[in-house]
Design a protein around this ligand. Sequence first.
Ligand SMILES: NC(=O)c1ccc[n+]([C@@H]2O[C@H](COP(=O)([O-])OP(=O)(O)OC[C@H]3O[C@@H](n4cnc5c(N)ncnc54)[C@H](O)[C@@H]3O)[C@@H](O)[C@H]2O)c1
Length: 297
Amino acid sequence: MGWFEDRGGLAGTVAIISGGAGGIGGAVTTDLAANGVRLAVIDIDGPAVEALRATLKEQGADAIVHHGDARDPEELARLFTAVDEAWGRLDTLVNVVGGTFRAPFVETRPKGWDALIRQNLTHILHTCSLAVPRMQAGGRGGSIVNLTTVEAHRAAPGFAVYAAAKAAVEQFGRTLAVEVAPSGIRVNNVAPDYTPTPNMQKMSGGGDNAYSTPVGVRVGIPMGRPGDVTDVSGCVVFLASALSTYVTGTTLHPDGGTYASSGWLNWPGVGWSNHAPAHVLAAVDPATGRPVALGDE
Ligand SMILES: NC(=O)c1ccc[n+]([C@@H]2O[C@H](COP(=O)([O-])OP(=O)(O)OC[C@H]3O[C@@H](n4cnc5c(N)ncnc54)[C@H](O)[C@@H]3O)[C@@H](O)[C@H]2O)c1
C-alpha cells in the first residue's frame, strides 16, 4: 500500500451515495470503489442502476445498489437498514441528488418551488438524520459530503429557487458540522460549476448556452475548460478520506476558478473585465437593446 492509500484510510470503510449511478455520482461511486470502499447506492435511473450493478459485480465489489427515489424517506430508511445488516457500520455519506430547471422566478409556481426544494434540500435532511446516529453509535466519526453548486455562492438568474435550496444545504452543512464535530463527524460541501453530464445536457436549453463553444468556455471559465466529473469526485474522495480529518464545515470549489472570478470574464482581445467591452456594446442597437446582427425579427 502506498502513502496515499495508507494515509487516506478508505479501504474497508462503508459509504452511502444518493444518486450514485450516473453523472457526478457515477464518478464518485467509481472512485470510492477504486479505493476499496464498500458502497451502498440509491438511484432513480433504472438502466443506470442495472449498468452499475453489472460493473460492480464484474469488479467483485462489495456493494448494495437500490433502484429508488432518494426523495422518499422510506426508501432511504430501507437502504440504511440494508447497510446495517450487511456491514454494521457507516463511515461516509455522499448526497449527490440534485437538479434544476431554468425559468425566471415570476414564471414559476409553488409546485415547482416544492419540487426544487425536495430535489435539492429535503432528502439531505433525511439522509443526515439517518446517518448521524449510526456514525455516532459506531464511535469512529464519519464524513458527510453534500453536492451543492457555485450558484449557492452567487446570484443565479433563472435559477432562483435552486440557488436558494443549494445555499440552504451549504448553511445546513456548516451548522450540522459544528453540532456533530464533538463526535468526530465532519460535514462539508462540494460546489461544482459547469460539469457536463448526460442529464445536465438534456436540461441545458434556453439562454445563449455560451459554454457550448470553446471560445465561450475560455471567456467564462478561468481555467479555460469545462469541469470533468472526476474533478468533482476527486474532491469527494479527499473529503471522505483521512487526508481531510481536520476539515469540516467548509466547501471545496471544483469549478476551474469561476467562484473566484465571480463576474470577471476573459474577453478575447481585451482580457479580464467585469463589464462588457465597448466593442460588444457597439454591436447592440441602443433603440431596441438587441444585438444588431439579429436584426428586428
Ligand atoms: N453537472 C453540473 O454541471 C453541476 C454543476 C453544479 C452542481 N451540480 C450538482 O451536482 C449534483 C450532481 O449533478 P449531475 O449533473 O451529475 O446530476 P444528474 O442529473 O446526472 O444526477 C446524478 C444521479 O442522480 C440520480 N438521481 C437524480 N434524482 C434522483 C432521485 N430523486 N433519487 C435517486 N437518484 C436520483 C440520477 O439518476 C443520476 O444517476 C447535483 O446535486 C447538481 O445540482 C452539478
